[in-house]
Design a protein around this ligand. Structure first.
Ligand SMILES: *Cc1c(COP(=O)(O)O)cnc(C)c1O
Length: 426
């Protein structure tokens, strides 16, 4: 498979270029050149009993020009070494639990796949620096995904004092090839510094760098696989109706990966963008007007995005606003509604939602559709904002691997020159 830019399909890019460039030269996001046939009819002939079996079949058309079947099999088996349960909660609402990876959020799916893919495609064993800015969850997933990989050095930038201790230790506690920079500034500062590094031509001559944020196709493609898995699980229990999927959304990598699965032949009955008050996309879906906003801080901090990078993919896949608004509906929730929802769902079902997953549940309920929502994180990651009377019921699950109790990071200012000096010296 070759890849194209979401802004023009005149140039074709190889998988390797796509992975290492992150963004297309014209500023667009990479997309597969064509959508492979991954319809129910085709899946019937495939051996897809486990998620890894399924992921292997779904990954092949994207990777098989560059990596042989054994290599692809190694990637999916090592990346997806955790369960993805499908649970019935209430009436027509099911949860697809994607937080059973090592850092307890769905980002493990994309980060672990991307890490192993880069490792395979880097046949010349060149030294590569993975630069990533995080507001909390991405840093842990990317650091854990690339931990101990040869020839890879990870540099995580995070806003000092603005991520939870639990999240911080997931990247600062690893050591090894994982380097953490505590920036005296906001997440936006971290992101700006990373962008400056990528447009610093001199720096790029000395360092081979790539970014591991959610626009990278290595993280985005594998997210489409679990939509197909959710569909198969749903049909085992509800063979007569196709599901709607509700997706807690911030940068819209997750939801647009669902749209990719749809284009490849999964007959979803639609998608729901579950949002907090950072509602740039919900407003667009209702009005057709896309107006980026400054992000506002909420208890669902992984969804505090005012100008989602993957909106570009939504437009590319959907084409027109009319099509997009027919395929995707949207609901947004305020902090107090989310907290009340978590308590109510616990009392009604015994299930403890984290604040992000709660938006997915609440949007599903409000839509009155049949389907499932994506449970994006384990509640233990967000204990400090969970309703007080539920907090002590949340236990750290056995599949979480906390690297240690001591974190290591280097403090830097929000001046790009500090980051540049660090990268050149180390
Ligand atoms: C990253 C994240 C989201 C938002 O996902 P996008 O792909 O950016 O829309 C939602 N919930 C949790 C827990 C996350 O970590």
């Amino acid at each position: 498979m070759k890849f194209v830019s979401s802004r023009s399909n005149t140039s074709l890019f190889s998988l390797k270029d796509t992975l290492f460039q992150g963004l297309a030269p014209d500023g667009g996001l990479f997309m597969p050149q064509k959508y492979p046939d991954q319809s129910l009819r085709r899946l019937r002939n495939m051996e897809t009993k486990t998620f890894t079996d399924l992921a292997l079949e779904l990954a092949k058309p994207y990777l098989d020009e560059d990596i042989d079947d054994d290599g692809i099999s190694k990637i999916v088996n090592e990346a997806f070494d955790f369960d993805i349960p499908f649970k019935h909660l209430k009436n027509d609402i099911y949860a697809l639990e994607l937080f059973r990876g090592p850092t307890l959020a769905f980002k493990d799916v994309g980060a672990r796949f991307m890490a192993r893919l880069i490792n395979q495609i880097n046949r010349e064993k060149e030294d590569i620096t993975i630069l990533v800015a995080t507001s909390g969850d991405t840093g842990g997933a990317v650091a854990s995904g690339f931990n101990l990989m040869d020839n890879i050095k990870v540099v995580v930038l995070y806003p000092e004092g603005r991520v939870s201790k639990f999240q911080e230790l997931q990247f600062t506690g690893l050591g090894n090839n994982i380097n953490c920079l505590a920036v005296d500034g906001s997440f936006d500062d971290c992101q700006r510094m990373v962008k400056e590094a990528f447009s610093d031509i001199d720096l790029r001559k000395t360092l081979k760098m790539t970014s591991a944020n959610s626009i990278n196709i290595g993280r985005w493609l594998p997210q489409s696989f679990y939509y197909t898995w959710g569909m198969l699980k749903w049909l085992e229990e509800n063979p007569d109706v196709f599901p709607v999927v509700s997706v807690p959304s911030g940068n819209y990598g997750n939801l647009t990966a669902g749209m990719l699965a749809y284009e490849c032949g999964m007959p979803f009955n639609g998608f729901i963008a579950a949002s907090n008050i950072n509602n740039t996309v919900p407003v667009y879906i209702r009005s057709g007007i896309y107006q980026p906003q400054e992000s506002v801080k909420t208890i669902t901090n992984a969804m505090d995005v005012g100008n989602p990078s993957n909106f570009e993919r939504m437009k590319y896949i959907g084409g027109s606003w009319k099509n997009i608004s027919e395929m995707v509906s949207a609901f947004e929730f305020k902090d107090h509604e989310i907290l009340k929802g978590i308590e109510r769902v616990y009392h009604e079902t015994g299930y403890i939602l984290d604040p992000h997953s709660a938006t997915g549940y609440l949007a599903m309920e409000k839509s009155k559709c049949k389907g499932f929502f994506i449970a994006t994180a384990h509640p233990v990651k967000f204990l400090d904002v969970m309703p007080e009377n539920i907090r002590d019921k949340v236990k750290v699950p056995s599949y979480h691997s906390q690297p240690g109790n001591e974190g290591l990071s280097i403090k830097i200012s929000k001046d790009y020159s500090d980051l540049r000096n660090y990268l050149l010296k180390s």
